[in-house]
Design a protein around this ligand. Structure first.
Ligand code: AMP
Length: 418
């Protein structure tokens, strides 16, 4: 497989798919430029080699072309500043031939939002709500056809293809996967960010130092079931926390008060417990719970056994005994994966458990464990507690990371790896 380090971009035009889907405020100012900075090592290496950059990204979910709210023009000045060159702008990603042809070594162009075209995602747009199945089928077929043309145009701009957008690696879109077919194996590669992500996922899924502990939190068991099932074949310890705790407690005959509980998933919870036993996995659940009498930071609180939550009270975080229990398991681990808080960490009074888990992970990492944290809220969680620098790797991918952990092959990765 080609690597970015081994490739000399001198005199070459590189189509680089990045994830510049950054949050903007109402005046279109960037409120968090992490994703832009994350792509810089790749972009700078290509320019330093004497290559030419065609930078491509999506932003938001535009529904038409153009959709000024989602224009990448809003971020052009900032990209230029961070990259240190005056980046040109192609205000139509399908009509960039002239501007691309004018590029000289060391120069860069940013293409307008790829998703202005429905062809990027390959999903029909503007279908009437009452469209018949026939009409839907025809529209799908038509967009798949025009998607080929769209992809071909993007590919025609460049001599090589670099994918550095891990955040969209789970999508088989034109610029994230299909375009790779237009380049030889030695002219397509991951960018540095993508390389790091793929390596980190590989380390926790395939190159496991034991004991391996996964901490899965968040709100519901139903949204995490595929990951949990895959992890049951891999881990030594599985700590299940957050809102899903109460589904397990109810399934075991406990009382859960007003805690979130998926009544239709009680059998599933018992099945997970059975499978853990069969696989020799140490399944760890909270033994005590911090309950509140309202879903609010200012609720009255008390600590109760997890199976004995009184009427009118809601489980909103783990209690101190569980913190110690979880921390001991984590500190004895050599590979750690954390996805999802142990409680409603957005409320300071219910964030203690998530912080304790984060701190235990940092300590284990100091002692040589490899730790990967990822998936939406977990990243917000480690950032909130200032723990990001103490873990081995914080993934930028939400959905992409979770699908990788589920054991799925991500189209954006497969397109390069073959
Ligand atoms: P997820 O998106 O499934 O990873 O869930 C993350 C969300 O789960 C966070 O916003 C937490 O506030 C929420 N959460 C965690 N524990 C609980 C709980 N005990 N009750 C309600 N929500 C929770």
């Amino acid at each position: 497989m080609q690597t970015i380090d081994n490739f000399n971009f001198a005199g070459k035009k590189a189509f680089v798919r990045v994830d510049f889907n950054v949050p903007l405020d109402e005046n279109f100012n960037i409120t968090d430029d992490t994703r832009i900075r994350a792509a810089m090592p790749t972009l700078k290496k290509i320019l330093a080699d004497g290559g030419m950059l065609i930078i491509a990204s999506h932003m938001g979910r535009p529904k038409k072309n153009p959709d000024p709210k989602y224009s990448l023009k809003h971020i052009l000045a900032h990209v230029s500043e961070v990259l240190g060159v005056d980046v040109k702008f192609a205000d139509d990603c399908q009509k960039a031939q002239d501007i691309v042809a004018s590029l000289k070594p060391g120069e860069a162009v940013l293409l307008e939002n790829l998703r202005f075209y429905a062809e990027e995602e390959g999903k029909p747009r503007g279908l009437a709500d009452d469209a018949s199945d026939e009409e839907k089928k025809a529209a799908k077929k038509a967009i798949k056809e025009s998607q080929k043309e769209f992809t071909k145009v993007l590919a025609s701009y460049a001599d090589c293809y670099v994918n550095d957008a891990f955040g969209t690696a789970h999508r088989a879109h034109a610029s994230t996967a299909l375009i790779a077919d237009y380049f030889d194996a030695d002219h397509k590669m991951f960018g540095y960010l993508m390389e790091k992500e793929v390596k980190a996922v590989d380390k926790v899924m395939n190159d496991i130092k034991r004991p391996f502990t996964a901490i899965m939190g968040g709100s519901k068991v139903s949204t995490k079931i595929e990951i949990i099932e895959n992890l049951l074949t891999k881990v030594d310890n599985l700590i299940l926390a957050g809102g899903m705790t109460y589904t397990f407690m109810k399934a075991m005959g406990g009382t859960v008060g007003t805690s979130i509980c998926e009544e239709d998933k009680l059998d599933l919870a018992l099945d997970i417990m059975k499978k853990a036993k069969e696989n020799g996995v140490n399944l760890v659940l909270a033994v005590d719970t911090k309950v509140g009498d309202a879903f609010s930071n200012d609720a009255n609180t008390k600590i109760v056994p997890s199976k004995e939550i009184p009427d009118g009270w809601e489980g909103m975080d783990i209690g101190p005994k569980s913190e110690e229990l979880f921390a001991n398991v984590i500190k004895g681990s050599k590979t750690i994966l954390w996805n999802g808080p142990t409680g409603v960490f957005e409320f300071d009074n219910f964030s203690h458990g998530s912080r304790a888990v984060g701190e235990a992970i940092v300590e284990a990492t100091k002692n040589g464990a490899f730790s990967l944290v990822g998936g939406g809220d977990s990243v917000a969680c480690v950032n909130k507690f200032g723990l990001a620098s103490g873990v081995s790797y914080v993934s930028t991918g939400g959905g992409a990371l979770l699908e990788a952990i589920e054991g799925k092959v991500l189209p954006g990765i497969a397109a390069i790896k073959g």
